[in-house]
Design a protein around this ligand. Structure first.
Ligand SMILES: Cc1cc2nc3c(=O)[nH]c(=O)nc-3n(C[C@H](O)[C@H](O)[C@H](O)COP(=O)(O)OP(=O)(O)OC[C@H]3O[C@@H](n4cnc5c(N)ncnc54)[C@H](O)[C@@H]3O)c2cc1C
Length: 447
């Protein structure tokens, strides 16, 4: 199934009878993830309109997976049995100005939530590169944006409600359920069906975005800390050719302190004279406004605009988290591979993320730098390259993004997540017989 067909199918969920099969796909029109590189193991996709629908569905199944907005590049969301979509459950349940929280149903995407929050005078602390993804799917996989002081998106979760494998409702809060809560927030879809999430909010703010071109790699090496702390959120894009960062995206929170007066030159890079796409050949129409034009937080933190194709479309993605203090060594190690990577690469993005305390977050107790690869859609070539990259990053114990492609062994994953044994125990408490597990989880987590 291509992207257009899937979007049509998703809107059909809204009108389909509750818990009836959404659509039956013909064998030529398979259900796939967003990128189209994964053909899911079943075409049985059901929709729920209420918590009771979710409970009934879960009680009557031995196996199922929840499908969010299907943006993962690997098989973490895949199922050989049945999918449940909560897309019709897309309401904002409560905005509590005193507690500074918003409670939402878990079918909601950031693209739906953020304009609503902004209209009410509120904001989230950070966003990913695109607003198209579901909040529950993003938090379940530790999706992140950038910013030295910004935790990943799941760090905004202060409470969650989920349906466990028995069909019972479980509520966990940050303030009262410590360990169980920290296990469940980045739950990898393994603990239960999340039906509601409560997120921390803060007063709405404005931002402006500047892009600089051609920052010499040597300048990055000498001034990494200054560059990364120059704005609320910083993204570095490189194709690893010509020893440079092609584009530096500075997302500045207003009112800025100290004032960023957008000099013509930034560590040897030149201020762009027009809006740019991270892949410079592509149209910047898909991208959020740059050139220092002020705009609301939700229209500057993502790189890509709602309603437009994010990124390149035909692509694969990989990303690794390394400790912040290894940033330069890790970046230079990957730079040395440029002859091998560049022919298959569309673009690399480098970002920073603050440490957190969520057990399965790649930033657990570790301020991190991420090195991301948007690849041309040639899986055999990428499949050959990933072990080479992973070997280079192994001295830094690189942790792979849960939603992207990797070949790191389950043993290495286990050695890089100190709370993984307790995470498995927590999963068994809520799902003793592995109702929510699939081949990805069995291999990487439960093996
Ligand atoms: C173009 C593009 C750009 C991206 N940019 C970024 C980025 O900037 N930063 C970043 O970190 N990642 C990025 N990603 C990755 C993306 O954030 C993750 O794939 C994220 O998981 C997408 O959410 P989803 O709802 O589409 O997930 P899905 O693929 O639908 O599901 C992901 C997992 O969450 C589980 N899940 C979903 N909903 C629920 C629920 N209600 N209850 C329990 N489990 C649930 C699923 O079972 C599955 O295990 C990008 C992906 C794409 C395609």
């Amino acid at each position: 199934m291509n992207k257009r067909t899937f979007l049509k199918a998703c809107s059909a969920v809204l009108t389909s009878r509750v818990l009836s099969p959404l659509l039956t796909w013909s064998s030529k029109d398979k259900l796939t993830n967003w990128a189209g590189n994964i053909e899911y193991g079943t075409e049985k996709l059901y929709s729920a309109k209420s918590v009771k629908d979710v409970q009934d569905f879960v009680r009557n199944r031995n196996k199922l997976k929840v499908l969010g907005t299907h943006h993962c590049f690997n098989t973490i969301a895949d199922s050989n049995s049945e999918f449940l979509s909560l897309k019709p459950m897309d309401q904002v349940v409560n905005l509590d100005a005193n507690a500074k929280t918003v409670t939402i149903e878990s079918g909601l995407s950031y693209g739906q939530l953020c304009p609503h929050l902004d209209r009410e005078g509120w904001a989230l602390h950070n966003l990913a590169s695109l607003p198209h993804i579901s909040v529950a799917g993003a938090c379940s996989t530790a999706t992140h944006g950038s910013g030295e002081k910004n935790g990943n998106l799941a760090t905004a979760v202060s409470a969650l409600e989920m349906v466990n494998a028995n069909g019972d409702l479980v509520k966990l809060t940050r303030s009262q359920d410590g360990e169980a809560f920290r296990a469940a927030v980045v739950g990898l879809g393994a603990m239960g069906v999340i039906t509601k999430l409560t997120l921390d909010i803060q007063p709405r703010f404005m931002m402006k975005q500047y892009v600089y071109q051609d920052l010499p790699m040597n300048e990055l090496k000498e001034n990494f800390d200054a560059i990364e702390s120059a704005a609320y959120s910083v993204s570095l894009f490189t194709d690893w050719r010509e020893k440079r960062i092609n584009e530096v995206w500075l997302k500045i929170r207003m009112p800025e302190q100290p004032v960023f007066d957008a000099p013509a030159e930034f560590f040897g890079a030149k201020r762009a004279t027009r809006n740019l796409h991270p892949i410079i050949e592509l149209s910047a129409e898909n991208c959020t406004e740059q050139m220092g034009v002020p705009g609301p937080w939700y229209d500057r933190l993502p790189h890509f605009r709602m309603g437009f194709m994010p990124s390149a479309g035909k692509e694969l993605q990989t990303e690794y988290f390394v400790p912040r203090h290894n940033a330069i060594d890790a970046i230079l190690a990957i730079a040395r591979l440029h002859n091998q990577t560049s022919p298959h690469l569309l673009i690399t993005e480098i970002r920073t993320i603050a440490a957190d305390d969520l057990w399965m977050s790649p930033c657990y107790k570790q301020s991190s730098v991420t090195i991301h690869f948007t690849w041309k859609p040639d899986w055999p070539a990428v499949r050959r390259l990933l072990p080479v990259i992973e070997k280079e990053l192994s001295p830094f114990h690189g942790r792979p993004h849960w939603a992207k492609l990797f070949t790191i062994s389950p043993a290495d994953i286990h050695s890089r997540y100190e709370r993984l044994p307790e995470f498995i125990e927590a999963c068994k408490k809520y799902d003793p017989h592995g109702k929510f597990r699939n081949e990805f989880l069995n291999r990487n987590i439960f093996s």
